[in-house]
Design a protein around this ligand. Structure first.
Ligand SMILES: C[S@@+](CC[C@H](N)C(=O)[O-])C[C@H]1O[C@@H](n2cnc3c(N)ncnc32)[C@H](O)[C@@H]1O
Length: 191
């Protein structure tokens, strides 16, 4: 697991290291999967995924073109070579890419449409994981996993509180809670 301070983070949004650790644990990667990441942001999850996939590949989608240089710098820092960085907003044409074994949504506008698209292209038996911080996304994930062709729904909330130095004392500094939802697409694994 990598530390936040090891990344290049010039004020761009990123997922904190404790949240990344729990997400990675939940994904339980074998190491040869194709993973789509929607909303690469600063690339912290992208790098952690790529390093967990010695025989696999990450297709990282990021719609904000200004963030691409930050992601590239983080891929360079960790000598990551198995990421295809795509300056695109989902939904988009995905026909050029192999269907994913897993999808991680790190944050998404147009979440309903994105879930519909990645839910359809995910392989049977594949895992979809989504991170959420807003009430609206919670409702969308809840509805999606209840009404779709997914099973093994799981949802957790993580609230990290760190000690921060304040003069000669250490006081608590609470981070916003983050929700992680996961579900598995029904059906037999098909390659
Ligand atoms: C909270 S940030 C993700 C941070 C990232 N997990 C990290 O640790 O570096 C969410 C990102 O998703 C991107 N995004 C939102 N909707 C998207 C979409 N539909 N397609 C591609 N990227 C999207 C935003 O531009 C933003 O950079």
């Amino acid at each position: 697991m990598l530390k936040d301070e090891d990344f290049y983070l010039p004020g761009t949004p990123y997922t904190k290291e404790e949240i990344r650790a729990v997400l990675l644990k939940k994904l339980n990667l074998k190491g040869d999967e194709v993973v789509y990441e929607v909303g690469s942001g600063s690339g912290t999850i992208t790098v952690e995924l790529a390093l967990s996939l010695p025989r696999g590949k990450v297709y990282a989608f990021e719609k904000d073109l200004q963030r691409l240089e930050v992601i590239k710098e983080n891929l360079r820092r960790f000598s990551v070579r198995n990421v295809v960085l795509l300056p695109q907003a989902l939904p988009c044409d995905l026909s050029a890419y192999p269907p994913p074994d897993m999808v991680v949504i790190g944050g998404s506008s147009n979440l309903k449409e994105v879930l519909k698209q990645v839910g359809a292209c995910l392989k049977n038996g594949g895992v979809l994981a989504g991170l959420a911080v807003t009430l609206e996304s919670l409702a969308i994930y809840q509805e999606f996993f209840q009404n779709s062709s997914f099973t093994d729904f799981d949802g957790i909330s993580i609230a990290i509180t760190r000690f921060k130095k304040a003069g000669s004392y250490h006081i608590l500094n609470a981070q916003n809670p983050v929700f992680i939802f996961t579900g598995r697409k029904k059906g037999e694994k098909n390659g």
